[in-house]
Design a protein around this ligand. Sequence first.
Ligand SMILES: CC(C)(COP(=O)(O)OP(=O)(O)OC[C@H]1O[C@@H](n2cnc3c(N)ncnc32)[C@H](O)[C@@H]1OP(=O)(O)O)[C@@H](O)C(=O)NCCC(=O)NCCS
Length: 170
Amino acid sequence: MITPKRHRQKETMGTAVVVLKIPRNSPHFATVVGEIVRMEKKIFPKHESLARSFDEELKKKNSGLLYIHVNGEVVGYAMYSWPSSLCAYITKLAVKENFRKQGYGEALVKAAIEECRTKKVGRIALHVDPTRTAAMNLYKKLGFQIDELVQGYYSLDRNAYRMYLDFGFD
Ligand SMILES: CC(C)(COP(=O)(O)OP(=O)(O)OC[C@H]1O[C@@H](n2cnc3c(N)ncnc32)[C@H](O)[C@@H]1OP(=O)(O)O)[C@@H](O)C(=O)NCCC(=O)NCCS
């Protein structure tokens, strides 16, 4: 039996938020990924969505998927990768609309940061559309800084901020 790894985060409305990490060989993998792909299609516009390539992304050697379950339902997820020891990336983050503003997004990003920290990378980077105020605020709250504006990152008329968080190793 493969038990998903757990990150216990701050309490949300009296209940501890548990972030789960699902390995590819888990018997629940297909079900969880199926739920996430449905969320991905609903939340992100086509050009920003990984829905069609989610499984491919997860097949990549150095990538991981975290999610939160509430009453048997996946309510949020984060994907990350660490192609080299120089830099890891948070490649996806979303929380279902009716579960937002309850600390789940923050719990997911904190868990992703902890996962990347264990890979001994020097930096975590990510891209975010500057108009996504909630996500921008969340990343800033957790210490990410703006690196630069990348013109046309998502599509011809949609830019992205590249943001980063450096780990100080002493
Ligand atoms: C971004 C997102 C994941 C945040 O999830 P969430 O569970 O609602 O976030 P949390 O409740 O953990 O909030 C954590 C912090 O994020 C910021 N934040 C969250 N919602 C916000 C909002 N509506 N407006 C402004 N800031 C917000 C705040 O800094 C908040 O900290 P605070 O509660 O101390 O003010 C969610 O809004 C979402 O899925 N958005 C659509 C998809 C998306 O934009 N993904 C990011 C792509 S890069």
